[in-house]
Design a protein around this ligand. Structure first.
Ligand code: PBG
Length: 326
């Protein structure tokens, strides 16, 4: 037998040593919990393809946020489910300062000033077309969309949003939003840009939750092509030049290389969105008895961090926080 000087197994010999040498750690502060809201009172309805995730009316949302804060979760990404009769082609409800979304933001910020709210800017929850930008003659118009998106951001900032999250993938939207915010004295409001957002099948359960799927066509003329990695660098350069504070990659698990590239290349915080389909797959496999759900959750989240994400948006956030509390 040859004498081995190097034996990597020594650093794995028991759980204490493994913990000592572990390179990656996931803190509750690294997690952002997405929450869905809808009009009404006393509503907490489970989303079909996302067991353990609910649509809340504002009163119930307040309770949920209160419980999450006690668990140490402090940042929430809010998504509104808009009633069909309020949807139109220009997403005008997104600009209504008395609408469901700004009301929820106001109430949450007044009750929990310490909670950080990340709010979503894109037209799809409000639009009869289900697209993130303005549709004219079947085409998603870039520059006309920017005006609407910038106005949406202002409504959200006025309501008390801490971080604006443009998820629409129109060119130039970070700049349009930054300028609109600064023009109205909201220079302290941050932008977490959905920098490399791919045209992904893994958004399916989310679109079902919000009833926001495109009514025609797909999102491939604005969301990125899954075959492209280097193109994400261009998107990151643009977002930084346009004033983004945090860069996001979405989805997470099939795009760990993109997370790695962006976090290696740029001195900006990187967020990754562990999306609805990624959550649904683990939950479904767990329900079938095919995978251990909690362990699959842990391994996925830690992998996303190891790839270079500083922050993770995940539907597992609450479950993870509960698991840590024991
Ligand atoms: C839409 C938006 C989507 C998600 C977040 N914002 C769906 C889409 O682009 O169609 C997906 C989130 C998820 O799947 O968890 N602007």
């Amino acid at each position: 037998m040859t004498h081995m000087l190097r034996r990597p197994r020594r650093n794995r010999k028991n759980s204490h040593i493994r913990d000592m040498v572990a390179e990656t750690h996931l803190d509750v502060n690294d997690l952002i919990f997405p929450l869905f809201l809808k009009e009404g009172t006393g509503i907490k309805e489970e989303i079909g393809f996302m067991p353990g995730i609910y649509r809340f009316s504002i009163d119930q949302l307040v309770e949920e946020v209160e419980q999450c804060l006690k668990l140490g979760l402090g940042t929430f990404a809010l998504f509104p489910c808009i009633n069909d009769d309020l949807k139109d082609t220009t997403a005008s409800e997104a600009l209504n300062p008395e609408g469901l979304y700004p009301r929820a933001i106001q109430i949450l910020k007044s009750k929990f000033p310490e909670a950080i709210l990340l709010t979503d800017v894109a037209m799809d929850p409000y639009s009869t077309d289900g697209h993130d930008g303005l549709v004219v003659d079947g085409e998603i118009r870039n520059d006309e969309s920017l005006e609407i998106l910038a106005k949406m951001s202002l409504v959200q900032a006025q309501a008390g949003s801490d971080i604006i999250g443009p998820s629409d993938m129109m060119d130039g939207r970070v700049r349009a939003i930054r300028e609109a915010l600064d023009g109205q004295g909201f220079e302290k409001v941050s932008i977490m840009s959905y920098t490399a957002k791919y045209a992904s099948v893994f958004y399916g359960p989310f679109r079902d939750a919000l009833d926001s799927a495109p009514k025609h066509g797909d999102k491939k003329t604005y969301q990125m092509d899954p075959r492209n990695g280097r193109e994400a660098i261009i998107e990151a350069e643009l977002d930084i030049a346009e004033g983004a504070d945090i860069l996001m990659v979405k989805p997470a698990l099939a795009y760990l290389d993109v997370i790695y590239q962006i976090s290696s290349e740029f001195e900006y915080p990187v967020a990754a969105y562990n999306v609805s389909g990624e959550y649904a797959m683990i939950k479904a496999a767990h329900q079938k008895g095919w995978l251990d759900g909690p362990q699959a959750m842990m391994e996925s989240l830690i992998s996303i961090k190891r790839a270079g994400a500083d922050l993770i948006l995940s539907y597992f956030a609450r479950e993870y926080a509960e698991l840590l509390k024991g």
